[in-house]
Design a protein around this ligand. Structure first.
Ligand SMILES: O=C1O[C@H](COP(=O)(O)O)[C@@H](O)[C@H](O)[C@H]1O
Length: 229
């Protein structure tokens, strides 16, 4: 299931999404003493990150992570971790905890096992999940072009390695099973192109062809779509 929220300007979307997420995180901390949020990388979320970082929240009790990460060094322009550090872990949010997905040099079974254990105890289920979407309909790093696309949807492990064929870098991504359990799911997209991709995703049902479909069509998931031109 999904709900579409459309905005004339990206700044308006960023501000409204930051208000909504801030409210959810505040309530989660008040209720259970802590909260967790996974954000996406790529080119879309910068303005939202800045707006959220300026919120007066109990940041010490909030853990931020990524829905997915490219297996690159933090100094790389392709690093989603770098994007979050430079734009979200700033201002009032400087005291938030950050759960690193890129740990060590090699994305091997042992690294994944350690991360899965840590994610289960520190983060999951997520209070807030902010998804992005690529023009091929991938979300997080659930890539339709990857050999791991079946595993993305079937594994019950929180994290897996994905090697896309049409996008650079090996990835680490939360699996569909882990993402699906998030308490509040948002899809943040902008541009006319992404609106057209969204419409293609809504027009058919094959989730392995366009993984974002799973979040838009699964009756057990309520995805709030935030789109601006
Ligand atoms: O590679 C990725 O792409 C998607 C979409 O990024 P965008 O640049 O088209 O906004 C992103 O959601 C994901 O986190 C990232 O690793």
């Amino acid at each position: 299931m999904y709900q579409l929220n459309e905005f004339d300007k990206r700044e308006e979307l960023d501000s409204q999404l930051a208000d909504k997420v801030a409210d959810i995180l505040t309530k989660a901390v008040a209720t259970k003493g802590k909260a967790s949020i996974a954000v996406s990388g790529g080119s879309t979320p910068k303005g939202f990150f800045t707006a959220l970082s300026q919120k007066d929240l109990p940041w010490n009790d909030i853990t931020i992570t990524l829905a997915d990460e490219r297996w690159v060094n933090i100094e790389s322009d392709a690093s989603n971790t770098r994007l979050v550090h430079e734009n979200l872990l700033q201002n009032n949010a400087v005291n938030a905890k950050f759960f690193h997905l890129k740990q060590g040099d090699e994305l091997c079974e042992e690294t994944l096992a350690d991360l899965n254990l840590a994610a289960n105890s520190a983060l999951l289920p997520l209070d807030v999940l902010i998804l992005g979407m690529g023009e091929d309909g991938h979300t997080a790093s659930l890539f339709p072009c990857s050999d791991e696309i079946d595993d993305c949807f079937t594994t019950q492990s929180p994290l897996l390695k994905v090697s896309p064929k049409t996008a650079p870098h090996d990835r680490i991504s939360f699996s569909f099973a882990a993402l699906k359990n998030s308490k509040n799911v948002f899809l943040h997209i902008s541009s006319a192109n992404k609106k057209a991709v969204l419409n293609s995703a809504l027009a058919e049902t094959d989730i392995k062809q366009m993984p974002i479909r799973a979040f838009l069509q699964d009756p057990e998931i309520n995805t709030n779509v935030y789109w601006a031109e």
